[in-house]
Ligand binder design. Structure first.
Ligand SMILES: Nc1nc2c(ncn2[C@@H]2O[C@H](COP(=O)(O)OP(=O)(O)OP(=O)(O)O)[C@@H](O)[C@H]2O)c(=O)[nH]1
Ligand SMILES: [Zn+2]
Length: 355
């Protein structure tokens, strides 16, 4: 296996690569402000985007995110990122201070471990929200009930039952980093060609799990500096790590804030029962709050759906709606791929002519 393949390189990426054959290809493993660490066959290098990229980013994919495949050129001082390859999917958050701008947080994911801990953190609504946004992006959600060592059997069985009731189609793995419960099952879900990520609030045990899965590789702090020693260096942790035994795992701080950005049917898929009912409401624009002939309210009254699920459904629909309103240029970048390639190559020639 080549280093690129270990990073998750596949035929899909290969297909795009021919367009960018004048560049090297790499994967973003760290993003910190306007600095990136890109891993490629030649190692791990500090990079930033070109001026032209910066200009184009406004109307396209936006800036690179961890997990992105990028077209890079290597230079003594600092590598340059010329383009982001079309994404399979992306998790985003609302950018701070810029209204309506979405900031990509992680890209090209196959599976997400949604971590919730027994005890105070246990919160099905939050799990449901993460499930909805995974399904919207075509990412397989798996629920990890962490710190299972802290709960007695009756309590943990009850929490697993609650999760099953609300999310009947999901795999739920109770686990403990302390005594190893569930660890093998989690490890077995991460296949060599897969990129996985960890979602969940602070303190639920994500880093502890990641340390265990990644071993020594992860513990190593990354110090990347340029050869000219102009102070352009960075000490950091990898946010994307290749696991021993194969597979890629992403965990970065931005993951705490990801939102339901997609116009897709993630919410409907998560709340199948409610989504089916919605179609039976008398009014097409039913808000399911007070209308006569609302099938959802009727089911709620009959006790066919739980109040918690109902309220969370409305909350997530509202969040989705809000997100959609702030979106305009979404995914245009992928559609305009051909145009983008031309622009990037033109810019490359200009770039090469620089003294
Ligand atoms: N009892 C118990 N404690 C755990 C387990 N896993 C982690 N912890 C403890 O929980 C605390 C938080 O764990 P972290 O792994 O840092 O949590 P995190 O989700 O990465 O938190 P952030 O980095 O803030 O997002 C630490 O004190 C861990 O030692 C577990 O399986 N059982
Ligand atoms: Zn209704």
């Amino acid at each position: 296996m080549t280093q690129l393949e270990r990073l998750g390189y596949n035929v899909e990426i290969e297909r795009y690569r021919s367009h960018y054959s004048t560049f090297d290809v790499g994967r973003v493993i760290v993003q910190h402000r306007d600095r990136y660490v890109v891993a490629s066959e030649t190692g791990e290098h500090l990079a930033e985007v070109t001026g032209a990229f910066r200009y184009l980013a406004e109307s396209s994919n936006g800036f690179p995110a961890v997990g992105d495949w990028v077209a890079v050129s290597h230079h003594d001082e600092l590598d340059m990122i010329h383009a982001v390859y079309p994404r399979k999917n992306v998790l985003t958050r609302l950018a701070v201070g810029q209204y309506g701008q979405l900031q990509p947080v992680a890209a090209n994911l196959d599976l997400a471990f949604i971590v919730t801990a027994v005890g105070h953190d246990f919160n099905i609504n939050r799990v449901e929200r993460f499930v909805a946004l995974c399904l919207a992006e075509g990412i397989r959600p798996v629920v990890l009930l962490s710190k299972i060592d802290l709960a007695d059997t009756a309590l943990s069985d009850d929490m697993i039952q609650q999760l099953h009731n609300r999310l009947p189609e999901l795999t739920i793995i109770p686990f403990s980093s302390l005594n190893g419960t569930g660890y093998e099952q989690i490890r077995a879900m991460i296949l060599p060609e897969m990129t996985c990520c960890l979602l969940g609030s602070s303190g639920v045990g994500k880093s502890t799990l990641l340390n265990r899965l990644a071993g020594a590789e992860w513990m190593k702090t990354l110090t990347i500096s340029d050869s000219t020693q102009k102070g352009r260096h960075m000490t950091t942790h990898r946010e994307l790590v290749v696991l021993p035994g194969g597979g890629v795992l992403i965990d970065n701080p931005g993951m705490r804030e990801v939102g339901i950005s997609d116009g897709g049917d993630g919410v409907e898929q998560t709340f199948r029962e409610i989504a089916d009912l919605v179609r039976q409401c008398r009014f097409r624009d039913c808000t399911h709050r007070h209308e006569k002939g609302c099938a959802v309210l009727q089911a709620l009254e009959n006790g066919d759906i739980s109040r918690q699920a109902y309220e969370n459904y409305l909350r997530l629909e509202r969040e989705k709606h809000h997100y959609q309103q702030t979106l305009h240029e979404k995914r245009k970048g992928n559609k305009k791929f051909g145009k983008m390639v031309k622009q990037v190559l033109k810019d490359k020639r200009r770039f090469d002519e620089l003294p």
